[in-house]
Design a protein around this ligand. Structure first.
Ligand code: ASP
Ligand code: MG
Length: 434
């Protein structure tokens, strides 16, 4: 009765952490194949092996050349793809593995954070037409101009999977990880977080951009652009996961939809981020053009900034303080670049603070419900959490707090929006959280 569908299945590093994991994943893929479906698999490097390769590179060179670092890191996915193909062969099914380049993942030349500009999956299509299971190395591609090997940035295998799903016209892109789906908050912080049944691309984008690590931001962007339904689920359990789509879930996947899904809440989830720092430029002359000078300096270092606040200066009249948040990993670079221009810009001082946390509440319902912001601020007041910065989009409110207040803030917001489930549902099946 069931028509043949094409599914792209992506397995993350924690799902293939060791030989047993690889065998378990191989069985799961074969079961799907047995049901008559075509399967293309995208696999990440085993366990923490990408981190281990980075550590190795740093042992031989403090600043490894970007081209060589990418070449090294792609080795992690080559190992897992070949081993997985062997495990599938051992179950009596034929599988062929392909590097990103062989799979036609064409990127720009930005080593370490390359963007996919085209996917030409001719060899993959051929492999599945012949009845094989195709296994593709995640997170890697080949530069269109130079033919150098590139990587897509940490966590990029999700993006490989969605891009292949789009190029092959797959019915769904399944992202297997070590939790059952997308939760209303990180279950490690909020044990009563509940699993989301279905979420729109726009909301998932905001959650991913606000620190939720379950899906790579670019993968969600790509899925939205090409209308690829994503099903986030656990490779360790058979439970239905979370669907990311703006359309109803296709009827052939009805069994894969969580039955007791909550009614659409105003707020879909609470995300948090500990990876940012706050930089304050103190005593900036309060005249036109100074903000543009400051942010041009930061931009020329290719640093993405997030929130900005400008205040009357704490030091003297006619001056202002400008604070902004940026990835902690870019903090030293930004401080150095600004310091070098201190006299040109005419500011008095720089302050750097990496003891901050960011909380974001996301929900399409806030567009049409007044009072969502007030509820958040009341909850934070009751939890005695001080708000240092605020930013909003149409469907998101973010605040910066002290780092050590962040967990309390997340729990308070989660409760205030009635997101707590009755019992703790979330099981983290694998992974080291590294
Ligand atoms: N192996 C790469 C990483 O650890 C890519 C991925 O896992 O998606 O970042
Ligand atoms: Mg990984």
């Amino acid at each position: 009765m069931c028509e043949v569908s094409l599914v792209v299945q992506k397995f993350g590093g924690s799902s293939v952490a060791d030989a047993d994991g690889v065998k378990r994943v191989a069985k799961r893929i074969v079961e799907y194949r047995k049901a008559g479906h075509d399967v293309v698999v995208v696999v990440s490097a085993m366990g923490d092996s990408t981190d281990d390769l980075i550590d190795l590179a740093k042992e031989v060179s403090p600043l490894p050349p970007a081209r060589e670092l990418d070449m090294l890191l792609t080795a992690g996915e080559r190992i897992s793809m070949a081993v997985l193909a062997m495990a599938i062969a051992n179950l009596g099914y034929s599988a062929q593995s392909f590097t990103g380049s062989q799979a036609g993942v064409i990127t720009d030349e930005a080593f370490g954070r390359a963007r996919i500009i085209d996917v030409t999956p001719g060899r993959i299509q051929e492999a599945i037409d012949k009845g094989n299971i195709a296994i593709v190395a995640g997170f890697q591609g080949v530069s269109q101009n130079t033919k150098n090997i590139t990587t897509l940035g940490r966590g990029g295998s999700d993006t490989t999977a969605v891009a292949l799903a789009a190029a092959l016209g797959a019915d769904v892109c399944e992202i297997f990880s070590d939790v059952d789906g997308v939760f209303t908050a990180d279950p490690r912080i909020v044990p009563t977080a509940s699993q989301i049944g279905t979420i729109s691309y726009a909301e998932m984008l905001e959650l991913a951009a606000s620190g939720a690590k379950i899906l790579h931001l670019r993968a969600v962007e790509y899925a939205r652009r090409y209308g690829v339904p994503i099903h986030v689920r656990s490779s360790f359990s058979p439970h239905p996961g979370t669907w990311v789509t703006d359309e109803p879930v296709p009827p052939e996947f009805a069994d894969d939809v969580k039955k007791e899904a909550m009614e659409q809440a105003i707020i879909s989830g609470v995300a948090h981020d500990r990876s940012e720092a706050k930089l304050t430029v103190v005593g900036v002359p309060d005249v036109p053009g100074k903000a543009s000078e400051i942010f041009r300096i930061v931009a020329s270092e290719e640093i993405n900034i997030d929130m900005i606040v400008q205040n009357i200066s704490t030091t003297q009249n006619g001056r202002t303080d400008i604070s902004f948040t940026l990835p902690m990993s870019d903090g030293a670079k930004a401080m150095k670049a600004l310091e070098a221009q201190r006299d040109n810009v005419g500011f008095e001082d720089l302050r750097y603070d990496d003891q901050i946390g960011k909380l974001s509440v996301v929900g399409a319902g806030m567009r049409s419900h007044p009072g969502v912001t007030a509820t958040l601020f009341e909850a934070l007041k009751d939890a005695k959490v001080n708000i240092e910065m605020i930013s909003t989009s149409e469907i998101r409110i973010s605040v910066v707090t002290r780092a050590d207040a962040l967990d309390d803030a997340v729990r308070a917001a989660h409760t205030a929006y009635d997101l707590d489930g009755s019992e703790s549902e979330a099981i983290v099946y694998g992974g080291t959280g590294r």
